[in-house]
Unconditional design. Structure first.
Length: 201
């Protein structure tokens, strides 16, 4: 497993978890989308990939660049450290998606940058959300399962990646070019295009 395939497999994993949480959002809040069919929802998932891509790029930019820095043999402590960072940042992203499921039921909108302003204007909203968390205990189980699954896959893939590095060889020039290519891709994903004046998030 080389660096490129390692990064791509991890990103596919995060995409899968994010999309799964979006599907869960639709299932639990389906009463608010009675006119939206599953075919339409599938289309909305496809269109919404630019938002997922932007979020994933922001959350994983540092981890990706750390992995792709052309060091010959990153030590075990370094790999464990950046994997902990990987789990925490993506765990926060998944938590935001799960929180959206409940938040939407009270505001009919997703969490955004005006999230805390909403609590300032509606002082009782936060209290209502907290009091109703117990009603959605099963979301906590889903979230815990996703984090457990994420940790398990991360640990397994790190061990395979570490062993493959011992057997692989790559020139610093090639590694630098790959790093620059991914850096450009991350920038593109964050902004939804090179010339885009509006970022997805």
């Amino acid at each position: 497993m080389n660096r490129i395939s390692f990064v791509l497999k991890r990103i596919i994993l995060i995409y899968s978890l994010f999309i799964l949480s979006r599907i869960l959002f639709f299932i639990i809040n389906q009463s608010f989308f009675s006119e939206v069919s599953w075919d339409q929802f599938t289309y909305y998932l496809w269109v919404g990939l630019k938002y997922e891509t932007s979020a994933i790029c922001y959350l994983n930019a540092l981890w990706i660049l750390c992995i792709l820095v052309p060091l010959k043999h990153p030590n075990t402590k370094f790999l464990i450290g950046i994997d902990i960072f990987f789990i925490i940042t993506n765990g926060i992203g998944l938590f935001a998606n799960f929180f959206d499921i409940i938040y939407y039921r009270f505001t009919l909108r997703r969490t955004a940058f005006d999230f805390f302003n909403t609590f300032t204007v509606q002082d009782n909203l936060f209290t209502i959300l907290i009091n109703n968390l117990l009603s959605y205990w099963y979301l906590g189980i889903f979230f815990a399962f996703m984090i457990f699954f994420l940790i398990k896959i991360v640990n397994q893939s790190r061990n395979r990646f570490k062993e493959s590095l011992k057997l692989s060889s790559s020139s610093p020039i090639k590694g630098t070019l790959v790093l620059l290519l991914f850096a450009f891709g991350i920038f593109y994903g964050m902004r939804d295009g090179i010339m885009s004046g509006v970022r997805p998030i």
